[in-house]
Design a protein around this ligand. Structure first.
Ligand code: FAD
Length: 459
């Protein structure tokens, strides 16, 4: 049965009834705002759920969960839709878009933040900075705090401070039984463990609380090189990462920027091999000395300098508005010379706009007993490639290039990968350790036996 038919069965009087109880909206096919309501940040994804629920508050979330369960639908919570491609076919599913649950509170005494489900990272970053604090935010200012954190959360401070999910102190959510719960180390520790890196399959998260760090300034920026030096620069960067201090997180990257007005000069229409470095310690002179071997390579442009920590939200030049593109990535067991050759060969001359390798290790490689479902990353490097799809004719070539990129890196792929960087469907057993995966499945069966809540990467 298609979505419209399923909805017609429950449409009257149920949809009218539930709408009367909501401060927010329940949008169904045929409504004037239908096409806008079902958009994701990933504009190339055509989301066709049975209905789109847009709660305004926690009561709305409870009301919508009860309605959807009664009607026999599943529910897919969505913050921004940055990972919408992984969600797949939304038949029989109510898409619950959380963007109106806004609000960030910073407690400078305990150095913690509380963010409502619709919060995006830049909102936390700016609020925390007013108190001289920094969050473990990702590269992009408009990624959702909840989706990012439930999936792990790899920030520019990661090698020093670890995976974002492991700094979470409490989570509030509505589970499939319509119950509102606040979970932390003392209250429902199993569910609290699962939510920290186990993804969004356990309920509709309405708020999250996490630790902040006293960082106001970082020493960070780019070293740009001509793209024809890609192999040499990436090899030198790889060698350098082997002894880089934990205060430095860095990225080796290839950029092939199209000649479009959205890209500022001097980058417009140019291609680069580049290294991004982010130092988050106190001794900028030591940082300068540490990156000297990279500077000795003779970059054509060097932007590495002291900057406010808020600048990290824009450093990576991620798109800051909804975008049509295709991307995917995965963990690499190693980055030998052959892997670098494969990386360069899979990118140069293709419609891939950016391909990067992020250096892991340090605190992200150290599991601790108090950590959640994603306790650490074993792999040393994480890769991600993206191409833009500004016109439909580019859809197939860009997808083919991203697919080709993953295939080219396959010989070096780690046995496991990172949920947040996987934009296509993965075998769930590759997203967590076998022990963590089994425990996650047990917790899911206990908290949502009917498998009502759908996540981007099901267990
Ligand atoms: C441009 C770009 C840059 C990125 N940079 C980084 C980075 O630096 N580091 C990093 O770790 N990741 C990064 N990511 C990956 C990003 O963390 C994931 O795409 C993440 O899933 C986005 O969360 P979201 O809420 O914005 O997206 P959504 O697609 O809305 O959410 C993804 C999933 O999270 C779950 N979810 C979201 N909200 C809720 C909720 N309220 N309750 C329950 N479940 C929920 C759902 O399962 C949902 O399918 C980047 C992605 C992009 C596209």
């Amino acid at each position: 049965m298609d979505n419209a038919m399923q909805l017609a069965e429950v449409r009257a009087p149920h949809v009218r009834d539930v709408r009367a109880n909501l401060a927010g909206e329940l949008v169904v096919p045929g409504d004037e705002s239908w096409d806008e309501a079902r958009l994701a940040w990933h504009l190339a994804i055509d989301q066709r759920p049975v209905a789109v629920a847009i709660p305004e508050d926690v009561n709305d979330v409870i009301e919508i969960v009860s309605w959807a369960v009664d009607a026999g639908f599943r529910i897919a919570p969505q913050g921004t839709g940055h990972n919408a491609p992984a969600l797949g076919d939304l038949s029989g599913t109510v898409l619950m878009k959380m963007h109106r649950l806004k609000g960030v509170e910073i407690d400078p005494e305990t150095r913690t933040a509380r963010a409502m489900a619709g919060t995006i990272w830049i909102e936390v970053v700016e609020a925390a900075a007013e108190h001289g604090l920094a969050a473990l935010a990702g590269s992009s200012p408009d990624v959702g705090v909840i989706g990012y954190t439930l999936g792990g959360g790899l920030s520019w401070l990661a090698r020093k401070h670890g995976i974002g999910a492991n700094q979470v102190t409490a989570i509030e959510l509505v589970t499939a039984d319509g119950e509102f719960r606040r979970v932390d180390r003392e209250n429902d520790p199993d569910l609290f463990w699962a939510l920290r890196g186990g993804g969004g399959a356990f309920g509709i998260v309405t708020a999250i609380e996490f630790n902040l760090f006293p960082i106001t300034e970082v020493y960070a920026g780019w070293l740009f090189f001509p793209i024809d030096r890609a192999g040499e620069v990436l090899r030198a960067w790889r060698d350098w990462t082997e002894t880089a201090p934990e205060e430095i997180t860095s990225v080796g990257r290839l950029l092939q920027l199209p000649p479009i007005p959205e890209i500022p000069e001097p980058f417009r229409g140019n291609s680069y091999a580049a290294v991004e470095v982010i130092y988050s310690g106190d001794d900028f002179e030591a940082a300068e000395a540490a990156i000297e071997p990279l500077r000795a390579l003779g970059p054509t442009m060097d932007t590495v300098a002291a900057m406010p920590v808020t600048g990290l939200s824009h450093l990576h030049m991620d798109p800051e508005e909804p975008t049509a593109g295709s991307a995917d990535g995965g963990m690499l067991d190693g980055l030998d010379d052959a892997a670098i050759d494969a990386f360069v060969g899979a990118v140069i001359g293709t419609p891939i706009l950016s391909a990067e390798v992020r250096h892991l290790g340090g605190a992200v490689a150290r599991p601790r007993p108090e950590h959640g479902a994603l306790a650490s990353f074993d792999a040393e490097y994480l890769t991600f490639a993206v191409g833009m799809i500004p016109v439909p004719e580019l859809d197939a070539p860009v997808r083919a290039a991203v697919h080709g990129f993953l295939q080219a890196m396959e010989p070096w792929a780690a046995g496991h990968t990172y949920l947040n960087f996987a934009e296509g469907r993965r075998d769930a057993r590759t997203l967590w350790t076998p022990t963590a995966h089994r425990r996650l499945r047990r917790i899911k069966a206990a908290v949502d036996p009917g498998d009502v809540i759908r996540s981007n990467h099901p267990l």
